[in-house]
Design a protein around this ligand. Structure first.
Ligand code: CA
Length: 368
């Protein structure tokens, strides 16, 4: 600010103070202050909905703040490695990050519950937990020691179970199966006797096509279609028991976030919330289109996991979660809260959502 401009503004504040109004000099200072921020993400450039959503967030923040917060967005690897996002925001190297909290499981084990839990909450359930049942406060508590403030920023919807080169009839079919499946879902597959292989996005297709792996999960029809996975495996399994509604996050360096005037914090929170809604809507709409294309043009064989196999995975998932929760105090606390909420919302969901879907199920049957 020019010195003359500064004097003029503080002069106004002084007059206002004398006149007994509540306008103070710092408020006027804050009104004029602008912020040039950087955001790093875990996503490849142009990745639909995910990277595109992070860029949309930045653009909407700039519009809503009338240019007071400008955020320059960098895709995974452009400024820091994809898996370095949390550390960069925590250290204050950049002010903002975007990704999914289960990527930080090695550093913050409790973070896993805020993205997706096998046989956990669907998108509506996890959003309800965050916004209306204390989930977001817990998330803030878990990230606070790392100087990071989290906000939900998107949701993939219920994911697909994955692409398999052989039919899965029973739980035992996981024995010796080499599958690319990260996170808690991967731990469950290991428990079932599978070999979990972790691969970067760029190597998944070739590994599946060459039989280096027997199966892979990725996201849902939109992203799976783009990756061409239908060319490498015959069977497309559902539902995505391991990721029933993965929440994506935007994270802020806590010092930078706390230093903002209240109205700018409110705008960041509001834009994160509307991006969360936008992202889920995009996923749902585009997945519906892509599924049609996979079925009609590429003749993909859709197969539902047998109920008995799912029951078996569910038991193993329960054990896995208890073991993970026992590893540290924050995980235990988050797990117990998550479990309690899931139980309560599940009872309601069974007589609302679930009962309704059962009524209309025939109409949308794939066989019809
Ligand atoms: Ca996935």
């Amino acid at each position: 600010m020019e010195r003359r401009e500064f004097l003029k503004k503080t002069g106004v504040a002084a007059v206002a103070a004398v006149a007994g109004t509540t306008i103070a000099a710092p408020a006027i200072w804050a009104q004029g202050k602008t912020y040039q921020w950087k955001m790093v993400t875990t996503w490849p450039p142009n990745m639909p909905v995910l990277q595109v959503g992070a860029e949309r967030f930045a653009k909407r923040v700039e519009e809503a703040t009338n240019g007071r917060i400008k955020i320059q967005v960098f895709a995974g690897g452009e400024l820091v490695p994809p898996m370095g996002v949390f550390d960069a925001v925590s250290a204050g190297t950049v002010q903002v990050g975007s990704g999914a909290s289960y990527y930080w499981a090695g550093k913050v084990p409790a973070a896993q519950w805020f993205s997706s839990v096998p046989f956990g909450l669907n998108p509506q359930g996890i959003n309800t937990w965050f916004y209306s049942a204390g989930g977001l406060q817990l998330w803030e508590e878990v990230y606070a020691p790392f100087n990071v403030v989290p906000r939900p920023q998107g949701n993939t919807g219920v994911q697909m179970g994955g692409w398999f080169r052989k039919k899965m009839e029973k739980l035992e079919d996981f024995k010796g199966l080499k599958m690319r499946i990260p996170g808690l879902g991967g731990k469950v597959v290991s428990k079932a006797g599978g070999t979990v292989v972790l691969l970067p996005a760029g190597e998944i297709f070739t590994s599946l096509e060459r039989g280096v792996i027997d199966a892979t999960e990725w996201v849902g029809p939109l992203h799976d279609l783009r990756m061409g996975l239908y060319k490498a495996a015959q069977y497309y399994y559902y539902p995505g028991w391991h990721e029933p509604g993965t929440c994506l996050e935007v994270i802020f360096n806590k010092k930078e976030y706390d230093a903002l005037p209240k109205e700018l914090q409110t705008i960041l929170d509001a834009v994160a919330m509307e991006t969360n809604m936008w992202s889920l809507s995009e996923f749902e709409a585009r997945n519906g289109e892509a599924l049609q294309e996979l079925i009609t043009q590429h003749k993909v064989e859709l197969v539902k996991f047998p109920d008995e196999l799912l029951d078996g995975l569910r038991k193993l998932a329960k054990e896995t979660l208890e073991e993970e929760a026992a590893k540290d105090a924050p995980s235990k606390k988050v797990h117990e809260a998550f479990k309690k909420f899931k139980e309560q919302i599940g009872v309601w969901g069974s007589i609302s959502e679930n009962a309704y879907y059962n009524v209309i199920a025939d109409k949308y049957s794939l066989k019809g």
